[in-house]
Write a protein that binds this ligand. Structure first.
Ligand code: ZN
Length: 414
């Protein structure tokens, strides 16, 4: 094994470990007692003025109850869990995520992930060289099980090793073509994350605009790492979208280029199969000129999907609101996250605090979109692109049976 080969699989090992850790959450019981709750809190604070679908969340299997609480509090009708993981042995992680989502009463839909590590290891070991077909076959199963889309994480391009183990697998690797073609055939949109904030390629020092975030997470810096440049990654992303005109892509994090809305616009003009989500990038797009951004939203009102990048776990310490600092986030962070986000889309307020100040020390300006455009971005575009609609009416928040007060003279001992 060469040094570079070892290091490529070392990165992959971390990715694999993370997904295995995710799968460990599977034991959480879903024993719930349901109760209807009046819409009071959300309506009173105006959060429920619009139906909203959050197309970009990461919900752990034990986080469904917490996700429903958030939906009820902040006026969100449904969430898409992009952390579906992949089906089959040894972890059956997708099956677990789908079962957890079913306990939400139709409020949570799930995107599968492709089993990159398993397929690439099989290719590396000479078991099956056609890893793209292996993942395409797996995607058929994921759809049969109930997944509605495919999420490609930034590990593609930045971490997953090529089968030879000598380099990182490029985003536009031809061996993966069958996977992306199959997604199109199955009518499963592909949410794809390529690259990261450009600042993560710059020197990680006090001049870096994401210095706060990089101090809290030094490992997020790609400076000096054996990874492609930001531009190389983006070019490969474009070639991938161009190669599969019958596959619907959702470029997450504002089309993977929130720092440059003009380039995002060019991409949307060029590729009718491309959509974008707004996840965790309101700080970036909120510092652009608001009048210019309003024109962007007007022109691409059918191509933009609302998303947050919310990470949801049973415990508050496991939550993530777009990005986290060194300490676990608080309920105050949650309130700022949602109120600043609504304020960005719905008002023309100037220079207010961004949803995630740790992503940069600047203030943002609201775009104050007209209601018809808000309805599309918050809800209608997601229904059309995902072919999925959460139930209307108030969100039902379940309570663990263990927490419920037993009825007097209940059927004890039966
Ligand atoms: Zn995400």
């Amino acid at each position: 094994m060469t040094g570079s080969r070892r290091s490529a699989w070392g990165v992959a090992g971390v990715v694999l470990l993370l997904s295995a850790l995710g799968a460990l959450g599977v034991a959480g019981t879903m024993a719930h007692k349901w109760r209807g709750k009046k819409q009071s809190a959300a309506t009173e604070r105006g959060a429920a003025r619009f139906a909203r679908i959050d197309v970009h969340t990461h919900i752990s299997p034990d986080g469904v109850e917490r996700a429903l609480q958030i939906m009820e509090t902040w006026g969100i009708a449904g969430m898409v869990n992009l952390s579906g993981m992949s089906p089959g042995p040894p972890h059956h992680a997708l099956e677990t995520q789908l079962a957890a989502a079913r306990a939400s009463g139709g409020r949570i839909a799930v995107f599968a992930n492709a089993g990159f590590m398993k397929a690439l290891r099989m290719a590396n070991q000479g078991v099956r060289a056609d890893y793209g077909n292996v993942m395409a076959e797996e995607l058929v199963l994921s759809k049969q099980l109930g997944a509605i889309g495919l999420k490609i994480p930034k590990g593609l391009g930045l971490g997953y090793p090529a089968p030879d183990g000598k380099r990182v697998l490029p985003v536009d690797d031809p061996g993966l073509d069958p996977l992306f073609e199959k997604a199109g055939e199955l009518g499963m949109p592909v949410a794809i994350h390529t690259g990261d904030p450009k600042a993560f390629w710059q020197p990680a020092d006090a001049k870096n605009e994401r210095w706060d975030e990089l101090q809290a997470h030094p490992e997020w810096s790609f400076r000096g790492q054996p990874v492609p440049s930001w531009e190389e990654l983006y070019a490969a992303f474009e070639r991938r979208v161009a190669r599969h005109p019958k596959t619907t892509f959702i470029g997450v994090h504002f089309g993977n280029d929130p720092e440059d809305p003009d380039r995002v616009a060019q991409m949307l003009d060029k590729y009718p199969n491309l959509y974008i989500d707004t996840a965790a990038r309101v700080p970036e797009i909120g510092r652009q000129d608001a009048a210019k951004m309003r024109l962007f939203y007007e022109k691409y009102q059918d191509r933009i999907l609302f998303g947050t990048d919310l990470g949801v776990a049973a415990e508050q310490d496991g939550m993530m609101y777009g990005s986290n600092g060194a300490n676990p986030p608080t309920l105050e962070d949650e309130a700022r996250y949602f109120t600043s986000t609504w304020r960005y889309f719905e008002t023309r307020d100037k220079q207010f605090e961004s949803p995630t100040p740790i992503q940069g020390r600047w203030k943002i300006d609201g775009v104050g979109l007209p209601e018809a455009i808000l309805r599309k971005i918050y809800f209608e575009n997601a229904v059309r692109v995902l072919k999925w609609r959460p139930p209307s009416g108030p969100v039902m928040v379940p309570h663990h049976a263990a927490d419920a007060v037993p009825p007097p003279n209940g059927p004890a001992g039966k």
